[in-house]
Design a protein around this ligand. Structure first.
Ligand code: NAD
Length: 275
């Protein structure tokens, strides 16, 4: 690790400042879950191929609810097979080390941070969680866990009547939707911790961004707010990206190019020795 970055992280750990980690799909790539910008994401409906940015929309759900559910059940089966990797485990260790100085904001819907040991209280799942569903008519705000008996789906599996029945709202019996934020929807506090995330951005002294392309709205606001407030910015990404550039153009910013599973454990070690 760069000697200057090591010194900055040690000094941060010895102080009392707050740390926020903001993660994107890249951190789960090493667990075998494809990112959205990779080549594997398309989905076929009828004779047309759709990109994730078209599938993950309220508009698509209103036109083809079964197809959208089928796509999510396929993605859920990929998530169920995946395990947390050393990057997730390192972030869970950061929470153990920093306790209430720590917050995790994740765009990932795969639940791997929670399975790695991060607490739900300190983890803001700002795009929801694929293992939950909620009433499509919003009869209640409560997300319900997807029943375990809902089967894994391969790309060619169709939905059965029985499966569609399992996906009915436990409260009103109506249709449910996946508990995720779609590209044509807006953030809110109730489901997606919008206000809480911006508060954390204002209060954080160290922001570590990991594996995100910077293409979504709230993460951008978090990064620019933290930068504006003079936080230390560290971006970890396999490729150059807007958050790496934001870090490098800030007075106290660093960009580490590489895989999160290889880099984050080294950062934890620096923190552990400094504390
Ligand atoms: P993205 O797909 O737009 O970008 C992924 C980023 O990760 C890229 O910048 C890439 O260079 C980087 N990356 C890839 N492998 C990496 C590695 N091993 N280590 C470090 N960096 C790596 O993802 P995004 O910015 O999170 O935004 C897209 C949306 O996709 C979000 O809304 C998110 O909810 C959704 N999504 C989630 C999952 C998941 O839950 N695992 C998977 C796919 C998409």
């Amino acid at each position: 690790m760069d000697a200057e970055l090591k010194e900055v992280l040690e000094a941060f750990a010895r102080g009392s400042g707050k740390i926020c980690v903001l993660t994107g799909a890249g951190i789960s790539a090493e667990s075998g879950i494809p990112t959205f910008r990779g080549p594997e994401g398309y989905w076929t409906v009828g004779s047309r191929e759709y990109q994730p940015q078209e599938m993950a929309t309220y508009e698509m759900f209103t036109q083809h609810p079964e197809e959208v559910w089928r796509w999510y059940l396929y993605r859920l089966s990929v998530c169920r097979k995946a395990d947390p990797n050393p990057g997730h485990l390192a972030i869970a260790e950061m929470e153990r080390l920093f306790k209430d100085r720590f917050t995790l904001i994740t765009q990932n819907v795969d639940g791997l941070h929670l399975r790695a040991g991060n607490s739900l209280t300190r983890t803001f799942q700002i795009h929801g969680n694929i293992s939950f569903m909620r009433c499509a008519d919003a009869c209640t705000e409560e997300p319900f866990p997807l029943p375990d008996v809902v089967p894994a789906k391969s790309k060619d599996d169709m939905m059965t009547t029985e499966e569609l029945h399992l996906l009915r709202c436990p409260n009103c019996g109506g249709m449910t939707r996946p508990h995720v934020l779609w590209f044509d929807e807006t953030y809110d506090e109730v489901y997606y911790r919008f206000t809480s995330s911006l508060r954390v951005a204002r209060e954080t002294d160290l922001l570590i961004t990991v594996g995100t392309s910077g293409a979504t709205n709230l993460p951008n606001q978090v990064v620019w707010e933290a930068r504006h407030r003079g936080a230390i910015l560290v971006d970890v990404n396999a490729e150059e990206n807007p958050f790496g550039r934001a870090a490098l153009s800030s007075p106290r910013g660093f960009f580490i190019r590489g895989k999160s599973g290889a880099i984050l454990p080294g950062m934890v070690e620096v923190f552990r020795q400094a504390l």
